[in-house]
Design a protein around this ligand. Sequence first.
Ligand code: HEM
Length: 404
Amino acid sequence: MNTIAFEYLKLLRDPMGVPFYPQVFEALMVLTFALHIIFVNLVIGTTGLSIWYYINRNDYTERLIGGFARASTIMTSLAIVLGVAPLLFVQVIYDPFWYTANNISAWWVLGFLLFIAISFTTSYLFYFSDKKGGNIIWAILSFVFLIIAGIVIHALSEQMISPEKWTKWITEGDKINLYGNKLHGINVVRFLHFIIPSFAVTGVFMMLASWYYRGKEGYSESYLNWLANKGRKMALIFSIIQGIVGAIWYALEIDVKGFALHPLTLLGILAGMSYIGYLMKLKEPEKRAIPTAIFTFMVILLMAITRETLRNVKLSNMGYSIGDYKLSLDWGSTVLFLLTFIMGIIVVSYIATIVYKLGKSNKKVTEMPELDTFGKIAVSLPVIWFIVVAGFGIILAFSNGALP
Ligand code: HEM
């Protein structure tokens, strides 16, 4: 891409600039992407395994499908909600690239919403049908649409970091095709790198489930042992496959100047290799479920950092840096944003605590007085937040003349 075209791209940035240091948005984008992809992996893994176990049925797998059917509906909503966060950040600091990539495949971007809606609906239909033995067609449909949605968002991610190919993509011979009806940036290896871990992450989830339900009425020792061992085996096998796919992806990107030996890239590779080594040596998977889950999260976060390093290096080689984005510091909105973020963590922690405790015991939530104060805080905070945000909105609307 020539310099003039690139200068033009820079002009497409928001003229207002960014309200806070772009590196902070970048860090939050990577963190929230890591969380997003964990839940994407869990929903793909639990749905895919449900189909596999439906074909290879026995008492244990039948029981597990029931659990997966329920879990995958929740995982899907978390994957969607946690997808919004990196979406907002990527639009803020990489806006010219993201919007161009979206325009090039506009129909697919619209289709993405439909694919997610179909996947979510069929995931629920599978869950409801499970009580009557499960209708696997719903799980298959849900899985297929998840993969299609994944391909769309993957293509956009690849398209945005390939501005040198944009012209080629929108021209057909001597004609220009601006219909947005094609997906161009499909990089199979990169896509697999985000999909294969689904089964490793679900393996860790099975280890956690075995640890969590130990001692609970109705869960036999032999079932929980089977669950933990199966989980460990899956985590190991799919992490090895993931390592191979990662190595191929790395080899394909080796020409990107400054990427292959970047300290963050090397850190990501080292994390991946240490993880495989750790899983190989792992004994008593149920007892080590929590450290394994923490290690898994760290590795995924480091992979997300390596992914961002690739984008950062690739675009800065072409002259774009998020560091030179115009800065219009706005402390008010930044503080409000951070307070909202902290409030969100408190509210979600309360819900997570309740779910954790309810699942472990046979008590009702009304029989847990120790959570009363926490509950009152978690319920009051959103009310206060709403009053503050709506109040600000109304005051500002009156003071700048938007409202009479
Ligand atoms: C539930 C179905 C979904 C699946 C299977 C899925 C899958 C993926 C995958 C595989 C990637 C990485 C692509 C790559 O780097 O090549 C990704 C990234 C991303 N996803 Fe999702 N996703 C889903 C839902 C969503 C939703 C509903 C949103 C937004 C509301 C979203 C927003 C994003 C964003 C913004 C990125 C890129 C972040 C960045 O560039 O740093 N995803 N997703």
